[in-house]
Structure formats: C-alpha cells, structure tokens
Design a binder for this molecule. Structure first.
Ligand SMILES: *[C@@H]1O[C@H](CO)[C@@H](O)[C@H](O)[C@H]1NC(C)=O
Ligand SMILES: *[C@@H]1O[C@H](CO)[C@@H](O)[C@H](O)[C@H]1NC(C)=O
Ligand SMILES: *[C@@H]1O[C@H](CO)[C@@H](O)[C@H](O)[C@H]1NC(C)=O
Ligand SMILES: *[C@@H]1O[C@H](CO)[C@@H](O)[C@H](O)[C@H]1NC(C)=O
Length: 602
C-alpha cells in the first residue's frame, strides 16, 4: 500500500502539498518517499507527483517511477494475477513496463483491465500530454480529488485531511479518467474524459449514468468519448434469475438450528459441488494474498513474527479466512488474530451483560468475573480461537486482545482517525473507522506462559472479511427486502450494494488501515470469488426462509462446516460497531446515517 499524490497546476502557480496531508501519506508508505515534477513543453502546466512506498514484494521500487520515455507512474496497488509477476519481481515495475509499451488509449485500458488485484493509480503519459487516473472496478484502494477553481489546481491523493478547508471527494470507482493537459492549460478549464467499466456487450453510454458523470469536483466536468471505449469488467455480471417455485423444506421450519443440522443440510444439499468450488476459489484468493510477504526487517533476527493478521470477531467470515490462511501460511509462522473491544460500562447488576453474552454465544459461557472488555466480539473471538486451535494445534495463533477506553478513542479520533475517514462523515463511518483503526494497529495483549503480556502485531498484511455480507446477503436489511419484495427485491439490493461498496466502505477502510503502514486485503472481493458468486443463483448463496444465523450466507456457513468449523458456522451476523461495543460508547440516540459531529475538528 502506498500513499500517492498529484498536484496539477494549470496557472503555472506553485502550490505545494500541505504538510498534514504529506504526513498522512508518509504513514501509508514509510519505506521510501520521492517527488517528481513534470512541466508541459510550453510550461503551461505543471504537475507535481509524489509517492510514499510501503515495500511489499520484490525489490523496493521507489516511486514515482519514470520510464525512459518520460512517462511517470504512481501505483498504489497489487497485481495478484492477470499477467505474470514473478515472486521476486516488483509489480510497479511490471505495470510500468506494460503501460510504457502502449501506443493508444485502448491499449492502456487493456492493461488496466487485465490487472487482477486492487489499485488506485495516476499516470502521466508524456506523448500527447495526458494525465490518467482511477481506481479498480471494486474501488479497493482510496483515491480522492479536489479542485481549486481560483488557482486552477487539481489534487489527487490517497488520503487528505479534514481541516484543510478544501472540498474532498472520493474519485468514483466507475472507470478510468483521462485529462488532456495541453487542452486544459489552453482554456484553463478541466474536462475529464471518462472510460467506464462495462460488462461484455455493454457500451459506454449504457454502463455509465449521468449521475456518475456528475460526480466530479466543482469547476470540472466529465464526458464520455464518442469513440465509446470502455474498460472491460474483470468480473462477470450478477445472476438475476429468480426461482419459479419456492420449495419449503422441513429444514426451513426448524427454528433451532445447530451445527449438526447444518451438517445434515450439507449432506442433503443438491449441489455440494458448489460448496467445494467456493472453498477452492476462496482458498486461492487467500493464497494469493498471503504469499511472497516480506517480514519486517527487525524480525530477521527473531523471525517468529506473523506476516499475516486477520481482523477477527470469531464470526463465520473471519473464521473462514483464518482456516484458509492456515493452509497457505508456512506452518512455523504465527497468525495474528486482531480482536477489538471498547470498554463497557460496569453494569448495575453484575450478571446482566454476561447473561446477554451467554445468550449471544448460544451456549453457557464459563463463569468469569465481569470484565469491561468482554464485549460480544471478544467472547465469540475466544470461542473462535478454540476452534482454530482444535483445527490446527501446531499453529501458533496469536489472539490479540485490543482494549480501547473512551479517553483513548476520543483523543485518537481527533488526532488521526477523523482525517482518514474524511470525506465520509456519518456516525457509521465514525464507528467502523475507529474500530478498524484500533484493530489494525494491533496493539494489545496476548496470552503468555504466565498470564497476559503486551503484544503488537507486526504483520504488514491484514485480511478482512468485507464483501461477504454484501454478496451473500448477510445483513438483516436483506431479510427485510426479501420479506417485502421477494427474490427480486433481494437481488436488486445485492446488486446495488456491491455497486456502492467502494464509496461506502473500501476507500475508507483502505485509508484507515494503511495509516499503520499495513495493507488491507479483501479475499471475498477477489475477482474470481466475485465472479463465482455473481454467477450463482441468489438462493444458492442465501436461503432467507431459514432462521437467522443459518439462512444468511448459507453457502458460506456450509463451507465453514466443511472446513471443520463448529459453532462459529451458525453465529448470526453482528455488525462490528455493535460487536465491539463502540456504538455503545457514544450517544445511543443517533442514527447510523446521521452526520457525525465528533468527526469535525475545530
Ligand atoms: C525492481 O525495482 C528496482 C528499482 O526500481 C529495479 O532496479 C529492479 O530492476 C526491479 N526488479 C525487477 C525484477 O523488475
Ligand atoms: C476521443 O478519443 C479520440 C481517440 O483517443 C481522440 O482523438 C478524441 O479527441 C477524443 N474526443 C474527445 C471529445 O475527447
Ligand atoms: C482487556 O480485556 C480482557 C477481557 O476481554 C482482559 O482479560 C484484559 O485483562 C484486559 N486488559 C487490560 C489491559 O485492560
Ligand atoms: C443463473 O442461475 C441459474 C440457476 O442456478 C442457472 O441455471 C443459470 O445458468 C445462471 N445464469 C448464469 C448467467 O450464470
């Protein structure tokens, strides 16, 4: 993960990257920083490019990366597939080489759409004076833009600052943008030519709505080139078929589902093949994300640090990631399970929260004294740890208990997190942003030989389960849609949610996690996984006639069972803001979609 930044000035004035933004960028890429400035032949425009690199694979490749022809690449991404990148090769170099050899726009679009993996990029193409930029199909990397009308200056950056007095927006992950710099300098106005992502058979105009074209900074405009060039989508479209009849089985009348019932369902499944294929495709996605990882330099001596960590609640999404990571991470290497909890208020009656916790866990917990950090995710996390230890007792599983107090939350939110969440601004963005930031920092306690000891995860790669709920109907709102408008309503909702996951979640999570010099990776959003799930009929993924804790993400639960996981397979979904109890810490009356006043600084 890198911090990339581009400041294009059309008036010839010398603006610079603000100091705070530069600090935020450097935290994303602590391993190398560099600036490059290019100017038009008649000096009408001036483009300052800078990059801060987090070294992940191959040799450290400083960026901006200039080729012999004078093209300059800023690449914040990973090539997990699409074209060969050898284990010791740096993918930035590989992408740059491919882009260098392009002589037309359609070739550049071809290179970008062939990449399998997340990316945000800026590319200065010297021949023709073009500036290209954009984000991958799902928007797994952040890119923000802002235009200063007075100065005639466009800024693109991985992360901004909320106090800069500028109006930042996320670059829509709707396609790739190209700017003709000479033309822009000549008329001092900014027009982006947009090449939208499109499925096979779709043309540019039908795949790109007016609303998307309107999503540009004030003072700029976007057009679709009449030539109709598109970026071929890297995933296949969503299967929208609905069942002719709804067959209600005796299973669907059973209201108390156990892991054993799931087992029986697995045996009876018409298509056990689908479960196996899901495991295969997901396992491969995890493999691609945990291989060829460098250990931190200071580890070479000790060499007992994990290279991979998982945001871990003990729920089915994170349990599956852990079980699959276990297949691909070298056996002697630990895996860090990051479990975040926000401090609970001491209850008036001592037994209250434990009772609730017992119920949520679905089985009686051993009686422990009240701990203010025993939030629901901590309890399921511990249970999940036990399951993983049973699954592979040889593996060293570092269950990192990350306890956060209200004082620390408030201080850190103002100092750091508000800048990272920006320009998103709701109560939900605040809750998730803060919870993910503390979890990703990985500083907490692990069990030692005699009691707990302080521990900080050094893993550079953090796997998260995001995307599972959006694709396999895991949220309770999916039940609402299903109840009110059946499979059609459900499919519409799922299509909409995958379409907006970049602007709702991914840019924010990327900014928040990268702040620790770590990289978020999303196996459920691997192109092959998305394609596989998109191809299935919706009732193969979720069966919302079945009870909660089973029907949502049914296919994933069956996969968990087949992987040998027990009770974790039938835990109902608990959103992170509730599971970690961060939502409890703040004003209980606000709605998740309200603007969050706590994110505003001075
Ligand atoms: C990786 O990047 C470095 C620095 O840019 C370069 O010297 C080296 O040749 C690259 N290695 C490969 C295998 O592409
Ligand atoms: C459309 O693309 C073609 C080829 O890249 C280019 O020559 C033309 O100027 C573009 N049209 C507009 C309106 O930008
Ligand atoms: C953190 O919370 C756990 C309970 O989930 C507790 O065992 C541990 O002692 C707490 N640590 C600190 C430093 O509060
Ligand atoms: C959609 O799902 C149905 C039912 O499983 C299947 O018959 C059909 O081939 C699928 N369509 C596509 C385009 O994959």
């Amino acid at each position: 993960m890198c911090g990339i930044f581009c400041l294009l000035s059309l008036s010839g004035s010398h603006s610079e990257c603000e100091k705070t933004i530069k600090e935020h960028l450097r935290r994303r890429g602590p391993d190398s920083s560099r600036d490059v400035t290019v100017t038009g032949s008649d000096a009408r425009y001036r483009c300052s490019l800078s990059a801060h690199v987090l070294h992940m694979r191959g040799h450290l490749t400083p960026q901006p990366l200039e080729d012999d022809a004078g093209n300059v690449l800023l690449w914040n991404g990973e090539v997990f597939g699409g074209f060969p990148v050898a284990a010791e090769e740096n993918d930035t170099t590989a992408v740059s080489k491919r882009l260098s050899s392009c002589s037309s726009s359609s070739q550049i679009l071809g290179v970008l759409s062939s990449v399998r993996g997340p990316w945000g990029f800026v590319y200065y193409q010297k021949a023709g004076d073009y500036l290209w930029f954009g984000r991958d199909f799902l928007g797994r990397r952040s890119l923000l833009w802002s235009f200063d009308v007075e100065l005639g200056a466009l800024t693109l950056t991985s992360v901004a600052a909320c106090s800069s007095g500028r109006h930042w927006q996320e670059v829509p992950a709707a396609g790739v943008y190209r700017m003709d710099l000479k033309a822009a300098a000549a008329c001092s106005s900014v027009t982006f030519e947009m090449f939208p992502w499109a499925h096979r058979g779709e043309d540019a105009l039908s795949s790109c709505s007016e609303a998307t074209l309107g999503c540009v900074p004030d003072g700029c405009c976007a057009v679709i080139n009449q030539s109709g060039l598109v970026l071929p989508s890297p995933v296949c479209p969503l299967n929208k078929s609905t069942p002719l009849t709804l067959e209600i089985t005796d299973f669907e009348q059973n209201t108390h589902f156990s892991a054993q019932d799931l087992e029986r369902l697995l045996e009876r499944q018409d298509e056990p093949e689908t479960v196996k294929r899901l495991i295969d495709v997901l396992s491969e996605a995890v493999r691609r994300r945990v291989q060829c990882l460098p250990l931190r330099e200071d580890d070479s001596v000790m060499n007992d640090h994990a290279a991979v960590a998982i945001l871990f609640s003990g729920g089915v999404d994170s349990m599956i990631l852990a079980a699959l990571a276990d297949r691909h991470v070298p056996p002697h290497q630990p895996i860090d399970l990051l479990n975040v909890a926000f401090k609970l208020q001491e209850p008036k009656k001592r037994s209250e929260p434990t009772k609730k916790a017992k119920k949520q866990q679905g089985k009686p917990a051993e009686s422990r004294p009240f701990s203010p950090f025993d939030v629901p995710d901590r309890i399921t996390g511990r249970a999940g740890l036990k399951e993983l230890q049973n699954l592979n007792p040889e593996r060293s599983w570092n269950f990192v208990e990350i306890n956060v107090t209200q004082e620390e939350l408030q201080k850190t939110r103002l100092e750091r997190i508000c800048h990272l969440v920006h320009p998103l601004d709701t109560v939900l963005d605040d809750s998730i942003g803060c919870a993910v930031w503390f979890a990703a920092r990985g500083a907490g306690l692990i069990a030692g030989d005699d009691g707990q000891r302080p521990f900080t995860s050094a893993a550079k790669v953090i796997l998260t389960g995001i995307g599972a709920d959006e694709q396999l109907a895991g949220y309770s709102r999916h039940r609402v849609h299903f109840k009110t408008s059946g499979y059609e309503g459900l499919i519409q909702e799922l299509a909409m949610e995958l379409g907006r996951i970049s602007s709702r979640n991914l840019g924010r999570d990327d900014r928040v996690i990268a702040d620790h010099g770590k990289e978020a990776r999303f196996p459920y959003l691997d192109e092959d996984v998305v394609s596989f799930l998109n191809g299935l009929a919706v009732w193969d993924k979720a069966r919302l006639t079945l009870p909660r804790g089973v029907g949502e993400k049914l296919l994933l639960r069956l996969a968990a069972r087949r992987l040998g996981l027990g009770p974790a397979a039938v835990l109902p979904k608990r959103a992170m803001q509730f599971g970690s109890r961060i939502a409890k810490m703040e004003d209980g009356h606000e709605k998740a979609s309200d603007k969050c006043s706590r994110l505003l600084t001075g």
